[in-house]
Design a protein around this ligand. Sequence first.
Ligand SMILES: *Cc1c(COP(=O)(O)O)cnc(C)c1O
Length: 236
Amino acid sequence: MVTEALNTVRREIENACARSGRTPSDVCLIAVSKTKPLSMLEEAMAAGQSDFGENKVQELCEKAEALSGRGVTWHLIGHLQKNKVRKAVAVASMIHSVDSIELAAEIQKEAARIGKTQDILLEINVAQEESKFGLSTEQALPAARAIAEMPNVHLCGLMTVAPYTENPEENRQYFSALRELAVDIQAQNIDNIDMSCLSMGMSNDYTIAIEEGATFVRVGSLIFGERNYGTEKGSI
Ligand SMILES: *Cc1c(COP(=O)(O)O)cnc(C)c1O
């Protein structure tokens, strides 16, 4: 099941790259495994999947420990509270959901403590949805400048969670707006940051995100099946 779904998503990624003149190796598929059992992650690993995304620090740590030494790259994609930064920095290869300078400063502190440089993305609430976390587009450049001063934090680009919609074409505007914002920030030539990563697109709209320049797509339900739990903020 997981293997077949994964192969379908991989084919769709290749097709979207072909349509938009991009190279498939420039798009990293993150299998979003939140709420799913280890057995399903292992099935995906057996099918060659190495990048996994979790939205809760506790679950991320438990799974990372259970699968340690097996070559998994972990992405934290959900809202991060300051009091969980230590645990997140211990295991996450990339933290996609940095939404304040204060949070980045906390990450700096923990990363310095353990001698790591933590890769992060700034989460931008492009569609200005009340229910979503993230900086406004106006806040992005000042945040990037502040983070550039943090030696143990490496800002690699931007992330967004687009609105849920029946018609994913409606999200194209938000994906292209995120790309343009990254281009604008890159043009400032700020030392110690770069804007080469764009984390955008989920099960519903990842092919459109790729056409608009996504370098990370975060796909969960299409690979592992639907999740069933409530819709608290941040737990899509
Ligand atoms: C759950 C989640 C995803 C994956 O959502 P699907 O619709 O299941 O693909 C992607 N990004 C974030 C931030 C999530 O929390």
